[in-house]
Design a protein. Structure first.
Ligand code: SF4
Ligand code: SF4
Ligand code: FES
Length: 357
């Protein structure tokens, strides 16, 4: 079959950046990585990209196709070629580009290292037999254990784009893999560290990491679990935690978000007073509902019953975050794994190379 690709070439030494188009003859079973191999082998040996396993397990071949992060060895080219689409291939986002499709993974690994990606067992004594962890206990961290460190989630993270110091979805998913492990002995210390500046509460909940993870890790869910577990352990000093807690209180008491009280409950009285002028401006425009009496939903009992039910089921902390909902949603919407969805053509300047350093 004939396959055409446009590839953003980049050389960090010269800063030169150009979009090049290639058209190659590829077998029908070819994936994006196969097509890149053909280009490198027969058309332009200077094309740079990473690969290793060719079977979606090493995490080397992360790149962007039409502006969304993919594993090149996972993307089948036949439906794209048959649709007559010419995809635009570029390097992953949020990481400095070294050459063409190769990014510097240094910042990625630094963040993984910073969450202590190893088990810190809560026991010293050596036993004669292995310590058995039940299937149910392992299920709690099953998704997070699937991560292959490809960086696709980091590439699409909005929060990291705004704040490169944000720990990010891959590192935090790795963090939950150990927080949720029953053999881990330092859960609380870990949670305190992940609650720090640039930690879990800086996530904007855009869900792009869940959307783009090729292995179903659903890192945003892992961050939600870390947040729920932190609150369960009383680690709630961050404004993000206070914000989340007020949502729960609001829903339970009125069935609505008690927005007027959100700022004082989240940021404190002093900050709320400082924003009085802004609040009065909003009130004059009719944007602030009267705080008293609070508006209570007609069927608020349902919200309260739901709250009580979760409590009765003992689903506090991470257990309250539903597992596999993304996977179920994908199945319900008939979106088969690996199915191609054509995204809008990426135009020059949309993905500027990240400055090195
Ligand atoms: S949900 Fe949070 S961690 Fe995931 S991509 Fe969005 S901002 Fe980043
Ligand atoms: S969480 Fe998913 S997208 Fe992110 S590094 Fe791991 S496997 Fe890749
Ligand atoms: S080459 Fe290993 S994941 Fe693609």
């Amino acid at each position: 079959m004939d396959v055409a690709l446009k590839i953003w070439r980049y050389d960090s030494r010269t800063g030169e950046r150009k979009l090049e188009e290639f058209e190659v003859d590829a077998p029908e079973w070819a994936c994006l990585l196969d097509v890149l191999d053909i280009i490198k082998d027969k058309h332009d040996g200077t094309l740079a990209y990473r690969k290793s396993c060719r079977m979606m397990i090493c995490g080397s071949c992360g790149m962007r196709m039409d502006g969304r992060a993919v594993l090149a060895c996972k993307e089948r080219m036949q439906p794209i070629a048959e649709a007559g689409h010419v995809p635009v291939i570029s390097a992953m986002g949020n990481l400095p580009i070294v050459k063409d499709l190769v990014v510097d993974m240094g910042p990625f690994w630094n963040k993984i290292r910073s969450v202590k990606p190893w088990l810190d067992p809560g026991y010293d004594e050596v036993t004669e037999k292995e310590r058995i962890v039940s299937q149910q206990q392992m299920n709690a961290i099953q998704k997070e254990s699937l991560c292959i460190m490809c960086g696709c989630c980091v590439s699409e993270c909005n929060s990291m784009e705004a704040d490169p110091a944000f720990l990010g979805p891959a590192a935090l998913a790795k963090g939950f893999r150990f927080v949720g492990d029953p053999r881990e002995g330092n859960q609380v210390e870990r949670l305190v560290a992940y609650n720090d500046e640039h930690g879990i509460w800086d996530c904007t909940r855009c869900y792009f990491c869940n959307e783009r993870c090729p292995k179903g890790v659903d890192p945003r869910d892992a961050i939600a679990k870390l947040g729920a577990e932190s609150i369960e352990q009383g680690i709630d000093h961050d404004m993000g935690a206070k914000h989340a807690k007020w949502f729960v209180t609001s829903a339970k008491t009125t069935g609505w978000l008690r927005e007027t009280e959100l700022v004082p409950k989240t940021q404190g009285i002093l900050s709320a007073v400082k924003q009085t002028g802004f609040a009065l401006g909003l009130a004059r425009k009719g944007k602030v509902p009267p705080p008293f009496p609070p508006h209570v939903a007609d069927r608020v009992k349902e919200a309260r019953a739901l709250h009580d039910l979760v409590g009765q089921q003992g689903r506090g902390g991470a257990d309250g975050i539903i597992q596999m909902e993304r996977a179920l949603a994908r199945a319900e919407h008939g979106e088969a794994e690996g199915a191609h969805r054509v995204s809008p053509e990426v135009t020059p300047g949309v993905q500027p190379p990240v400055a090195e350093g």
